[in-house]
Write a protein that binds this ligand. Structure first.
Ligand code: 7TS
Length: 414
């Protein structure tokens, strides 16, 4: 029997789906190496939203008329696509949010505020994006709980040897961690953290913002309790994200935003809450955005998340090799087999913002800054890094442009 070849990403072909690459920057072809902050959009997603607005747009769950029914079908169809993407047991466990940040705040407010108190310990990691750090720090302060973090080792990976010490500090009630770090690309051992967290009696909250676009996620295999991510990082529109949570937890939780759509009955004496997912979707939803989110998931699934992950791994190996050729470049983060398509580095003696500005003149877009990870920057002993990040449309020629741009930086500052 013939061995079936693994599907591969043909990034040169896929680029034709993305109109943005038709427009040069400073007269140069665009090398977009900032997909970790947000991804570009393919025609398939843009067309789906235009088509929805032109043929099926109305508010959802409200009207009895045909157009509203069509809009509701599109919106709920998107919810089912999100469910399937992360292998959630039920679509009602998927809450549409504005973004990953809102999903994480929802858990912090609707679970944390009501369940935490003195003697409890909230555990995050030194690698967290502020979105999964600040809400928990704030909620710990408000409730009198202790706030701790799992430290990093020198290789940029979580040091799990400190878990016993954390467990000894009190009742661990929350373990909040990202699956993939946006600053270093580190892939974190969520299954292990989830098992440990559950042994402590904690809820396990996973920030999937950098994982969902780039690798297959299975919330049942991870055995986490919540997973939050954004559509805009996975070829979908901005303004919509998803929070998945276990039904029994979501059902027991108080609401987060209050107002229209999330209620069952409103009386002067008392208001009662609607069923899942409506209890957490107050107000008019990001309707067309959710439809675009669904179209983005279709787009990713057609390419295959496994193929996307492999493509990014190849790009990361290539980028790390090419960057290592340049003297005076400091690279951060773990080896390619334990990281996603993200490469953080600094050019000795040159501020990251200067590096990014000079690269921009070459048409190369990278991020310079703390990447919303100031605790990590403190650990690395820097105020900022440069970061190149890849996606399904990234080609090695863009990494070549980055490398030749960095040689120019070195010459200018040499
Ligand atoms: N978590 C991680 C790991 C992220 O990378 C980001 C955004 C967020 C949460 C927040 O996502 P949002 O859609 O709610 O904003 N990442 C970045 C970044 O890497 N640089 O700026 C934002």
């Amino acid at each position: 029997m013939a061995v079936q070849a693994k599907p591969k990403v043909d990034a040169h072909r896929l680029r034709a789906d993305f109109p943005v690459f038709e427009h040069p920057v400073h007269g140069k072809p665009l090398a977009y190496l900032d997909s970790a902050v947000t991804s570009q959009k393919p025609r398939q997603v843009l067309d789906s939203m235009r088509d929805f607005y032109e043929t099926s747009y109305a508010n959802v769950h409200r009207g009895v008329y045909t157009l509203s029914e069509r809009a509701t079908a599109g919106f709920e169809g998107a919810r089912e696509k999100v469910r399937a993407l992360v292998n959630a047991p039920e679509a009602r466990e998927v809450i549409f949010t504005r973004n990953a940040t809102e999903g994480l705040n929802l858990v912090a407010y609707a679970w944390g505020l009501w369940n935490l108190g003195p003697g409890d310990v909230v555990v995050v990691t030194e690698l967290e994006h502020h979105s999964n750090f600040v809400p928990w720090q704030y909620m710990a302060r408000r409730t009198g709980a202790d706030f701790r973090m799992i430290r990093l080792d020198d290789g940029g990976e979580l040091d799990l040897s400190s878990l016993d010490e954390l467990a000894a500090a009190g009742r661990v009630r929350v373990v909040a961690a990202n699956l993939v770090s946006n600053a270093l690309g580190t892939v974190n051992p969520i299954e292990r953290l989830a098992a440990w967290g559950h042994e402590q009696g904690a809820i396990v909250v996973v920030d999937g913002a950098q994982a969902a676009p780039h690798k297959r996620i299975d919330v049942q295999a991870l055995d986490c309790d919540f997973l939050a991510f954004s559509a805009h990082k996975l070829c979908g529109p901005s303004g919509v994200g998803a929070l998945w949570g276990k039904a029994e937890l979501l059902e027991a939780m108080e609401p987060f935003n209050l107002g229209g759509h999330m209620i069952r009955k409103v009386r002067l004496e008392e208001t009662t809450w609607g069923e899942l997912p409506h209890k957490f979707e107050a107000g008019t939803s990001p309707i067309a955005e959710a439809v675009g989110f669904g179209a983005a998931i279709d787009y990713l699934e057609e390419i295959g998340l496994e193929a996307i992950e492999e493509h990014e791994r190849e790009l990361t190996v290539y980028a790390l090799d090419r960057l290592a050729e340049i003297p005076g470049i400091k690279l951060y983060g773990p080896p390619p087999d334990r990281r996603a398509g993200i490469v953080s580095f600094n050019v000795e003696g040159v501020h990251p913002h200067d590096v990014a500005q000079i690269l921009d003149l070459e048409g190369v877009a990278i991020r310079a800054g703390h990447h919303c990870c100031q605790p990590l920057m403190t650990r690395l002993g820097v105020s900022a890094t440069n970061r190149a990040s890849f996606y399904l449309y990234t080609i090695t020629e863009e990494i070549d442009s980055l490398v030749s741009g960095l040689h120019k930086v070195k010459k200018l500052f040499g």
